[in-house]
Design a protein around this ligand. Structure first.
Ligand SMILES: C[S@@+](CC[C@H](N)C(=O)[O-])C[C@H]1O[C@@H](n2cnc3c(N)ncnc32)[C@H](O)[C@@H]1O
Length: 390
């Protein structure tokens, strides 16, 4: 493909990404794959170049552009070589009209900024346009960090998590023997810290109430291989992805599929009996925007409202599983106050007898919990709170 045709392809894919973000449809990765499935003439270099253009355009615009062309014109604003491809050639984009509006670069949707925690400052926002390094969690149940740091080129120790390694952006690990043998997992340092905030110990009964594909459950199992860990979720597809991961890691984790709105029916034997319950709640994902910049286009006020209600409902249910003297940990990969500090404070106002406890000594104190942000802590953005049941 000629360079101009690659730009036109990126514009067409971005149109599909925008439509899909509006409708809650397939993510950009899937749309890129679909696009090339019917265009066999595109070689691997073409595909890589188009993909790069699509993601650069997404990353540059915190607010969703009106069209793929608007997104690509914005990107061309910083790149004269790219601007020159708007040449009106046969498979290329039409020339740039003199009065065509050009979008300013932005790092987050404008409507979200006033909703962020007060701790999120001017130095935090630009981090959402930057690319994140790749963090690994070493499976301490089977090896140690020192052995693994030398097994991965360019790896450094993460500063806060004693089980983390940090690799350069774009590192690939899935074909590495240590990954295939279950000695490491891909996991951001903040997520590792969430598992640590649970302080898992031998003999404890622990529920990961929003386990998804089990990232936190696996970290809990690595920290306390003799604990009994139950991974629960309402999403069968996600939960079923845990089996092969647990097998690879050599971890024994029980799974329970729950049905909304009767999630606790899966725990009839366990109300008020668990030592620790972790709620890694569904959220905006705003803390992960540097890894998944497209999520910025998928969030809207109605969706945020629904998520805040869901978090509240899940917290109220999960709290019922905790035994007296046990621990409830609430975490969201979000920098939005309503999902973090305000949600935790709201939980406290509805329930008496829960004593807030220090979840971590990392990040900054934010209401009843702690907030980590990319600029301040070098991790994904996360809010984490922990309570002891009186
Ligand atoms: C942030 S994700 C969890 C990520 C996971 N803990 C990990 O570390 O990979 C939130 C999860 O909550 C689940 N969820 C949604 N509604 C739920 C509900 N009512 N009860 C429990 N889990 C729910 C979603 O299916 C999703 O897997």
């Amino acid at each position: 493909m000629r360079p101009a045709a690659r730009v036109q392809a990126a514009i067409e894919i971005l149109d599909a990404v925008i439509a899909s973000a509006r409708e809650g449809g397939a993510p950009a990765d899937a749309l890129i794959r679909d696009y090339f499935r019917s265009r066999r003439y595109a070689g691997s270099k073409d595909r890589r170049a188009v993909r790069g253009l699509v993601y650069d355009a997404i990353r540059r615009h915190g607010d969703m552009p009106a069209s793929g062309r608007a997104a690509m014109l914005g990107l061309a604003q910083d790149d004269p070589e790219l601007a020159a491809q708007f040449d009106g050639s046969e498979h290329g984009p039409a020339p740039i009209a003199p009065d065509e509006p050009i979008l300013e670069a932005s790092n987050a949707p404008q409507w979200v900024k006033p909703l962020a925690s007060n701790l999120v400052g001017d130095n935090d926002w630009p981090s959402f346009n930057q690319r994140a390094p790749l963090d690994l969690r070493v499976n301490l149940a089977r090896t140690d960090r020192e052995a693994m740091v030398s097994a991965f080129e360019g790896a450094e120790l993460t500063p806060f998590s004693p089980m983390g390694l940090r690799l350069p952006t774009d590192s690939r690990v899935d074909d590495h023997a240590a990954y295939q043998d279950g000695l490491v997992e891909v996991q951001d340092e903040a997520s590792q810290l969430v598992a640590m905030a649970c302080r898992p110990a031998t003999g404890q009964r622990i529920v990961d109430f929003c386990a998804g594909a089990g990232g936190k459950s696996l970290a809990l199992a690595a920290l306390a291989p003799e604990a009994r860990i139950i991974a629960a979720d309402t999403d069968k597809r996600r939960l079923s992805a845990l089996g092969p991961r647990a097998e690879r890691a050599g971890a024994a984790i029980e799974t329970r599929l729950m049905n909304q709105p009767n999630e606790l029916a899966a725990f009839e034997d366990g109300i008020g009996r668990f030592d620790t319950v972790l709620v890694d709640a569904p959220c905006s994902g705003s803390g992960t925007w540097r890894r998944s910049p497209e999520l910025r286009w998928r969030l809207n006020p109605e969706r945020l409202e629904r998520l805040v209600g869901l978090q509240r409902d899940i917290l109220d249910k999960a709290a019922q599983l905790v035994r007296p003297g046990g621990t409830l940990v609430y975490a969201v990969c979000s920098i939005i106050e309503r999902e973090g500090a305000a949600q935790a404070a709201d939980f406290e106002s509805r329930h008496s007898g829960w004593m807030v406890q220090d979840a971590l000594d990392v990040g900054r104190s934010d209401g009843p919990g702690r907030l980590l942000t990319p600029a301040h802590d070098g991790t994904d953005g996360f809010f984490i709170a922990s309570w002891r049941k009186g």
